[in-house]
Design a protein around this ligand. Structure first.
Ligand code: SAM
Length: 250
């Protein structure tokens, strides 16, 4: 595996497609995570008011400063160590480093607000984002995404569009945050922790997990089910029941 997931896009048609999907106008301020050698950044800079590009590799960041126009702000940093709420942008366009696909997606959803993201992920990860219950791809991130946003796979990207060629194909994914979450949860942080606990024991029954993790028993129908069988909204209802029981016992 390459350091920092450096598989660079070399097929300019894919870069053009990705930027077209993002529908960039001269009012947009775009966040790009991992600009690499700048194949997307150049196209974004031609269309957007401003591009904020965060690149961890110092040499690449220095190189980008020499080739990109003045409306691109290059930040040489690890995106995972930044507080993204300090930056103003309304769109996100990136070919994400594979190693941080999951944490960076949670970070974007939890820390920032934007109107649209168009992101290249590995195809397997993209499938998890759009997965429905009762499938092996259905996971914590499928639920968080559905709670916060509408997501769809727009296109696939063959692995030979990258150099070095990765082991798997990619996919272009669109994420559009909802104006308000898809369903109500009493406490968001509790909900996120609840999802972590439940999905780390996905083969156990919900009753077993809740008893073990929270020491309570609720006599509900879905207690005999497994978390992977429930729709996000049902998981939200279950989480609220547990939260109410715990807070009323205090
Ligand atoms: N956007 C470029 C392209 O399409 O050719 C590069 C994509 S490459 C898959 C991922 C890029 O993210 C690399 O340039 C890598 O150095 C950078 N990167 C990896 N981890 C990062 C992190 N934690 N913070 C910021 N950039 C990172």
């Amino acid at each position: 595996m390459r350091k920092w997931g450096q598989h660079f896009l070399v097929d300019s048609r894919i870069a053009q497609k990705e930027v077209a999907y993002a529908d960039i106008s001269h009012n947009d301020i775009v966040l790009e995570i991992g600009p690499g050698k700048g194949i997307l950044t150049k196209l974004l800079a031609e269309r957007a008011k401003k591009v904020i590009a965060i690149e961890i590799d110092r040499k690449l960041a220095e190189y980008l400063r020499t080739i990109l126009p003045a409306n691109v702000e290059i930040i040489n940093a690890d995106v995972m160590k930044l507080d993204l709420s300090e930056y103003q942008f309304n769109k996100v366009v990136s070919n994400l480093p594979f190693e941080i696909s999951s944490p960076v997606t949670f970070k974007l959803l939890e820390e920032t607000s934007f109107s649209k993201a168009v992101l290249i992920y590995q195809k397997e990860f993209a499938r998890r984002l759009v997965a429905k219950p009762n499938s092996k791809d259905y996971s914590r991130i499928s639920v968080v995404i559905d709670y916060k946003a509408k997501v769809r796979i727009l296109d696939t990207v063959p692995r030979n569009a990258f150099r070095p060629v990765p082991k798997v194909d990619g996919a272009i994914v669109e994420i559009i945050p909802r104006d308000k979450p898809a369903f109500h949860v009493d406490d968001e942080n509790f909900f996120y922790e609840f999802l972590k606990k439940c999905f780390s024991h996905r083969r156990k029954t919900i009753g077993t997990i809740i008893r073990k993790e929270y020491g309570i028993h609720l006599d509900e129908e879905f207690y005999r089910k497994r978390i992977e069988q429930l729709y996000p909204r049902e998981i939200g209802e279950l989480c609220n029941l547990v939260f109410e029981r715990i807070t009323s016992n205090r």
